[in-house]
Design a protein. Structure first.
Length: 61
């Protein structure tokens, strides 16, 4: 998998550092992984909720 550099704003770096300290992570990468995982879970749950609320007759289960 090719890697590409990711650039963060000063505000984003502050959030990463805060999460790193609060959660006891040793590296910035661990904090970033945690934040990304949490965001993806939040989005997936929201999408699932929208699918369940839709009046579509599609069966998803």
């Amino acid at each position: 998998m090719p890697s590409q550099p990711v650039f963060f704003s000063d505000q984003e770096l502050e959030v990463i550092q805060e999460v790193k300290n609060l959660m006891g992570f040793e590296t910035d990468e661990e904090a970033i992984h945690y934040l990304l995982s949490a965001r993806l879970k939040e989005r997936l749950l929201k999408l699932v909720g929208q699918e369940l609320k839709s009046k579509s007759k599609k069966q998803y289960f």
